[in-house]
Ligand binder design. Structure first.
Ligand code: AMP
Ligand code: MG
Length: 414
């Protein structure tokens, strides 16, 4: 049996980023991967400006608390002031450029109006040089890198690119993933259940996982448990796709046709990975029926193949642990290994397993982790109840109160 790390290393050593990229308008870039560095077209902020409503002053004029200055100008956001003369202050509003000559802003709460005056301000607390001034270029500098190639674009990255003055971004083309689901027992929701049947839940879980990573997902439906149907589905899936994902049929029973089918249409390694849930995982490649030469137009002569186990929790967890990092590499994303966080377990885990277990847990109001009582690989409500996994190494046990490795689902679904 392979360890989870060995399996992952092997997968990642095979993956190569897709070559093509395209320019898209900013809002269409959400969830895409940046293909080249973004350099700022401007300084952000473009000028020194105030972060408070108040008065721009010269600190030499306000060293004594209670200094009185003449209000000589008014600068709302969007306008420019003039040279601040000695003994004067500028009434200024958040976001307005600090006038030349001023070296601090006093917030209006620290000022009063002297009795009987309309054009003077009394500064009650002496400001330090630079107080409440946001410096030109403190966020971004013209020509400097604002975002690096390989970044997965979230709302905040779109905002950074917009603040740098860009309207469009060069993003990697979407990775194209085809999926099918093996099993004679499967019915689609909306159809009557077969006798001895079960609804196909992996379809919705896995297609949504693929889409949540920003990939194009093609649903090739349910494939019956026979060799020819499986081979035919593989040929269809290899066309126009970078990666084929399947569920079920990866054991080595008589009704498991993934291994012979992929071997006939390409090549396959079938791995027993020492994890729970999810032991069997198939990895290989399927020849493309078109005559694609490797590297031509960024194309691959083969579509990658990853066969996941059929049990709903197993396919979900193995997708997150193995398929996701593989897809990230195809996308050219520069993120490293999945991060786990030390969290306190509020339950005992006393039976050691030879395998690396991934327990469905939820953070409780006390900041610890609760365990879903049924950890069966068929009980998908455990994953829906939970907000993450505890990564429990082989042979490991723990008691309530100990720190464990927690991986939030959120971090794995984008
Ligand atoms: P398999 O890996 O094909 O041996 O399937 C293992 C278990 O997962 C069996 O109980 C299957 O009925 C179940 N299963 C397989 N595929 C699906 C699916 N797409 N949706 C729900 N359950 C499935
Ligand atoms: Mg099956």
């Amino acid at each position: 049996m392979l360890t989870a790390q060995q399996a992952l290393d092997h997968l990642l050593s095979n993956a190569r980023p897709v070559g093509d990229s395209e320019m898209v308008a900013m809002q269409a870039a959400l969830g895409r991967v940046l293909a080249e560095n973004v350099n700022s077209l401007v300084d952000v902020p473009p000028l020194d400006n105030t972060s408070m409503d108040g008065y721009a002053v010269r600190t030499v004029d306000t060293q004594n608390p209670g200094s009185i200055l003449t209000i000589a100008q008014r600068i709302p956001a969007g306008s420019i002031g003039t040279q601040l003369e000695p003994g004067t202050a500028a009434r200024i509003f958040t976001g307005a450029p600090v006038p030349p000559g001023a070296d601090a802003v006093v917030m209006q709460e620290d000022c009063t109006t002297p009795e009987g005056s309309t054009d003077q301000v009394q500064v009650n607390i002496a400001p330090a040089v630079g107080q409440w001034i946001r410096k030109r270029g403190e966020d971004l500098r013209t020509g400097k890198t604002a975002l690096t190639a390989g970044t997965f674009l979230r709302p905040q990255e779109l905002g950074v690119a917009a603040s740098a003055g860009l309207t469009h971004l060069n993003v990697k083309r979407r990775v194209k993933v085809a999926a099918f689901f093996t099993g004679d027992e499967l019915s689609l929701p909306g159809e009557p259940l077969k006798l001895g049947g079960i609804y196909n839940s992996n379809r919705d879980t896995l297609l949504a996982c693929i889409k949540s990573l920003g990939c194009e997902a093609t649903d090739l439906g349910i494939v019956p448990d026979n060799l020819n149907a499986t081979r035919e589905a593989l040929r269809k899936a290899s066309k126009d796709h970078d990666l084929i994902i399947t569920s079920g049929g990866v054991s080595v029973g008589e009704e498991d046709h993934i291994k012979p089918a992929v071997t006939a249409e390409g090549r396959l390694d079938l791995w027993q990975i020492a994890i729970k849930p999810g032991k069997p995982l198939a990895f290989g490649a399927v020849r493309k029926s078109e005559n694609v030469k490797d590297g031509e137009g960024g194309a691959q002569a083969e579509a990658w193949f990853i066969g996941l186990p059929g049990n709903p929790v197993s396919s979900f967890v193995t997708f997150l642990l193995f398929v996701r990092p593989f897809i990230l590499k195809l996308q050219g994303r520069d993120e490293g290994h999945v991060q786990s966080y030390p969290m306190r377990a509020d339950f005992d885990w006393l039976k050691a397993d030879r395998r690396n277990e991934f327990l469905r847990v939820k953070i409780n109001a006390q900041g610890g982790l609760d365990l879903f009582p049924n950890q069966s690989s068929g009980v998908l409500t455990s994953a829906s109840w939970g907000d993450g996994l505890v990564d429990c190494p082989p042979g490991h046990t723990f008691k309530a109160g100990e720190l464990v490795k927690y991986i939030p689902f959120n971090a794995l679904l984008s």
